[in-house]
Ligand binder design. Structure first.
Ligand SMILES: [Zn+2]
Length: 157
């Protein structure tokens, strides 16, 4: 983890991770570390929990995050991105030069969520108003269309 990262209250959501020093583009800022488990295990463990810090990596694997990485908020115009190395370790890296005092964020690209919505309040000029990934939005639109078609079919019967 880079020196100079601090956790403090965020204008985006709850607490966030800030840097007290400038960070150059392309630097590994922090590892998204924690126990690895299957999605089913994570679902069972966090059934009744509202807030989880699960990072999906690979087909049926999530990282149950702990430490600094879990304080990184989502932003639709992020300054960091996540990358996975060949050993399956996940790092949060800077996408651009970041000034001292900036909050560090990455694009969550949420999918496979049980929630009806995951509204975004990041405040970026290009905010997509949701933390779902584009693929997840398409998947949900498909399901909604199918449901609508089924409703029409039911009514005309
Ligand atoms: Zn947003």
């Amino acid at each position: 983890m880079l020196p100079g990262l601090i956790i403090r209250s965020s204008s985006i959501h709850a607490a966030g991770c800030y840097t007290s020093r400038p960070i150059k583009k392309g630097v590994r800022v922090c590892e998204y570390d924690g126990p690895r488990m299957s999605k089913a295990e994570a679902d069972a463990r966090y059934e009744d929990r509202l807030v989880t810090y699960l990072f999906a990596c690979g087909n049926d694997l999530v990282i149950d995050g702990f430490g600094t990485a879990m304080f990184f908020n989502h932003c639709c115009d992020p300054n960091c991105e996540t990358e996975q190395d060949e050993k399956g370790r996940v790092f949060i890296s800077s996408m651009r030069d970041i000034a001292a005092g900036e909050e560090l964020t990455y694009e969550y690209n949420l999918h496979d969520s049980d929630e009806d919505s995951q509204d975004c309040y990041c405040g970026a000029a290009i905010c997509r108003t949701t933390m779902f990934s584009d693929l997840e939005l398409k998947r949900r639109a498909r399901i909604a269309r199918r449901k609508a078609a089924a409703n029409v079919a039911a009514k005309t019967r």
